[in-house]
Design a binder for this molecule. Sequence first.
Ligand code: NAP
Length: 452
Amino acid sequence: MTSPDDPRTEETAPLRVAVIGSGPAGLYTADSLTRQQRVPVRVDVIDRLYTPYGLVRYGVAPDHTKIKGVARSLQRILEHPDVRFVGGVEFGADVTRDDLARTHHAVVYATGASTDRRMGVPGEDLPGSVAATDFVNWYCGHPDSEMRRFVLDSEEIVVVGAGNVALDVARILVKTADELRRTDIPEPVLEALAGSRVRTVHLLARRGPLQAKFTAPELRDLLELPDVDVVVDPAQVDIDHTGIRGDVARAARTNLRLLRERAARPPEGRSRTVHLHFWSRPREVLGSDRVSGVRVERTRLDEGRAVGTGETFDLPAGMVLRSVGYAGLPLPGVPFDEEARTVPQRDGRVLDARGRAVPGDYVAGWAKRGATGVIGTNKSDAAGTVRSLLEDAPALLAGSPELVDLTEVVQGGGDYEAWLRIDAAEARRAAELDRGERVKLHGWAAHRDAIR
Ligand code: NAP
């Protein structure tokens, strides 16, 4: 209902916005749009998958149930009467930018950063050297992931990188299947983990403990695993930290304190071990027809950057997981900065090659700022983009007065009801298996079956 003082009237045509991507960036954009009172809006949130929530569903580790709880607040956004979920529709394939010009006044790209960065070392493409994104997709049951993709038949694994994703994959690798049983991890993944031969994970951090990107709660999760020895070389964490200041410094100091406490404790002969190697970067992935190890070079800091010292050592490994950050992929018909691997923008407005704003095109989240920050970072990020979009609203409304509904342009796809059917099927699966609240269905066919 609108009040007489409300600038929105029944006659005012709503501003129609298509948001591409239903992860936190896309849904916080929808939230920001529907919360404001200046302009009436209708938001279509379009996703390639039949399931919403992006990385909350297919990135956050299954045992991080508290973070996964964010899905409940994202659900409220999706259930807003002015928001419509359109799943199973891929931008660029099922619907193009030109199509959306007939259906919406504006498009917000919130497609994240769906691929991995590369290490740039010889041997990187040997079988057994894989992107952490592949491994994460697998254990999260992403429909693109083949469930037989990973057989954990080697005792030692090297994880490259010192971010939260590296800690996630290391932790999942050393947890027992029993510890993961009550999570939503797909059944075939749980079976593969139950048969895992992995006993030792080496994590390579190319800089020191103060420069590690992982955060203290995630570090604690690893340090507190009951049946895992986390080994830290005291010499690698015995460094001066008096020169660092500010908030980053506080987080880094906490990491350093936790690592020093651990370094002071000898390993206790637990069944699995994680070695945290600081000042260590990969020089080469070793092996002839598949990965057999990693040649590691010691590093030191030079103006904040890691530089090699020339001293090397070899670690045996049957698998190498590179977890050195995520990168964006170009979207058809949308400008892309190949270097930053993001959509070029100013205040959320997409810029063309000459630095001019592309009318009606906006960007939010990782596609805008790169793969940094936590889920909550996307709230203020999306709000910034929405501010620009609303400033432009009068011109956008005047620019395309005659629009048709998305359903006239896109056939097929799923809606919110379709997602609820998948959701219910996952709850039933969990009940059948006596495995907690949800067990993920896996594969596109399973999703389509559940929808039917
Ligand atoms: P990230 O935080 O950017 O960490 C990437 C790591 O890879 C850094 O330690 C980086 O070292 C290292 N690296 C980069 N290039 C390298 C190379 N060529 N050789 C060796 N090491 C290299 O990325 P991420 O772990 O993928 O995480 C992405 C974002 O998601 C982050 O914002 C993260 O906090 C967030 N996330 C959060 C959670 C959580 O809150 N629980 C969980 C998962 C992800 P340098 O620092 O030296 O570049």
